[in-house]
Design a binder for this molecule. Structure first.
Ligand code: FES
Ligand code: FES
Length: 174
C-alpha cells in the first residue's frame, strides 16, 4: 500500500506517494531523478549516498524515505547557487580531489556538513570525520587538501555558518 510523504528537497516542496519500504536514496534517485546521489554499497559502508537532512550529513541508503517526512533535504544538486560552484565543490576541482568521481558527491556533502559543525579543521580532523566515506581512486591525500581548502572558502564566503542545525552536531555518516 502506498503512503504519502511531504518534504523539501533542494528548497522545493515535494509531495509524493511511495512504497513504505522505499529508501531515501531510492526516492531521490528513482522518483526525483536526482542521480548525483550515488549508491556504492547500499549497506551504509561507503558514504556515496550522503545527503543533508535538516543540515546534517546522513547516509541516504540507511533510512527510509518516510523517515524524512517534513525534513529539509539537500543533495549535491542543491549546493551550487546561481551557476557558481559551492566553495567545497570548487576546492575539490582545484585540488584534484577526485578521479572517477563516484565517491565525490558523498565526500562533498559530508565535508560541507563537517565544516559547518567544525569550521577550524586539521588534516587529522578531516581524516577522522570522513572515515565513513570511501574512495577507491585517490589515496585520499588530495581529498584532505580539498576539504581544508574548501573550509577556508566556506569561511570567507560565509557558508561555514550557513546552517544552524548543522552547527549543533557533527556529521553522522561515519
Ligand atoms: Fe549508502 Fe554506500 S550506498 S553508504
Ligand atoms: Fe573514484 Fe573516489 S574518485 S572512488
Amino acid at each position: 500500500m502506498a503512503i504519502s510523504i511531504s518534504l523539501t528537497v533542494n528548497g522545493a516542496p515535494i509531495s509524493a506517494s511511495i512504497d513504505p519500504g522505499t529508501l531515501l536514496v531510492q526516492f531521490l534517485r528513482d522518483q526525483l531523478r536526482l542521480t548525483g546521489t550515488h549508491i556504492g554499497c547500499d549497506t551504509a559502508q561507503c558514504g556515496a549516498c550522503t545527503v543533508h537532512l535538516n543540515g546534517r550529513a546522513i547516509k541516504s541508503c540507511n533510512i527510509l524515505a518516510v523517515q524524512a517526512e517534513g525534513a529539509d533535504i539537500t543533495t549535491i544538486e542543491g549546493l551550487a547557487q546561481n551557476g557558481a560552484l559551492h566553495p567545497m565543490q570548487a576546492a575539490f576541482k582545484h585540488c584534484h580531489g577526485l578521479q572517477c568521481g563516484f565517491c565525490t558527491p558523498g565526500m562533498v556533502m559530508c565535508a560541507v556538513s563537517l565544516v559547518q559543525s567544525q569550521p577550524d579543521l586539521t588534516g587529522d580532523d578531516v581524516r577522522a570525520q570522513l572515515d565513513g566515506n570511501l574512495c577507491r581512486c585517490t589515496g585520499y591525500h588530495n581529498i584532505v587538501k580539498a576539504v581544508l581548502e574548501g573550509a577556508e572558502g566556506m569561511k570567507s564566503s560565509g557558508t561555514a555558518n550557513a546552517n544552524a542545525n548543522a552547527a549543533a552536531t557533527a556529521p553522522a555518516t561515519a
